[in-house]
Design a protein around this ligand. Sequence first.
Ligand code: IPM
Ligand code: MG
Length: 357
Amino acid sequence: MRQHQVVLLPGDGIGPEITSVTRLLLEAVSKKHGFQLIFEQHQIGGSAIETNGTPLPEATLSACKKSDSVLLAAIGDPKYDTLPREKRPETGLLELRAGLELFANLRPVKIRPALTSASTLKKEVIEGVDLLVVRELTGGIYFAKPKGRIKTNTEERAFNTMSYCTSEIDRIAKVGFELAKQRKGKLCSVDKANVLDVSQLWRERVEILKQQNPDIEVNHLYVDNAAMQLVKDPRQFDVLLTSNLFGDILSDEAAMLSGSIGMLPSASLGSKGPGLFEPVHGSAPDIAGRNLANPLAMVLSASMMLRIGLKETKAAEALETSVDKVLSAGFRTKDLANESCTELGCEEIGNELLKAL
Ligand code: IPM
Ligand code: MG
């Protein structure tokens, strides 16, 4: 029987709840499709700080490196906000992305037919939206140096550096072009080239790749305009190519097209080694432990893991279909609930998904 090693990282907040729902589904779907998933669970983020004093313990990173795929739920809690940066949960996630060299973050935004009226945006605007944010994930202002804080006699100054070199731009842009080829053949590169040197280089490199890919329709948008276009006419987009920070911001905005950030999955990939699959949403500490969380973004992330990471396409499709069936049947968690549907808890949505498999 085919076997795949999967490291599960439940993390913080709603993480453990959505992880147990997803694990049960993965167990069921693998059994049905004739392969075995061997799970190993490890700590990251706040829970790792509690037990190990560090947000990314050595054991977690080495288990991830040895695995076939990593499935993460969410990290973070405001109670760690005052810790020094290297001790914060977010640092654990950033170290994991860097440690696995996951430079390409894929965030698909597809409006599920049952949810066209769930968005705060008009149905006519979002119907049929199917776009993909390709976000650079291991460089830019998140990682570049110098960064830090300097105290003078009179005040304090803090700074980060937005920097990209040509090879970093080229490798993420190539992923964007490749994915555009497999989709509708359109690529929109996002920058702030009217102001930032780093963006000017970004645009120049994308232009060079455009010459080498004449079959792809390429345009460039300044990030402020891209943010506006995303709510004005999101259907114009196929692949959106962004730097780390711009992609972070635009993908949260794009998530709201789908009605809830609780719907958006993501895949982070390197040029070799295991990928990391995680929902775009955070750990939602305000609703943690109350069976209110929406597990669908994590289930859809698990589906991306099956498809991209483990090449189990049929099982990936089965998970997605079960999500659509449950939504069409009118079941919703609180974030998406309205008068005409049945509100269920996280665990109960999990049971419906199992039945729909
Ligand atoms: C995301 C998150 C992370 C990021 C945080 C938690 C470090 O917002 O994955 O979008 O900024 O990349
Ligand atoms: Mg984010």
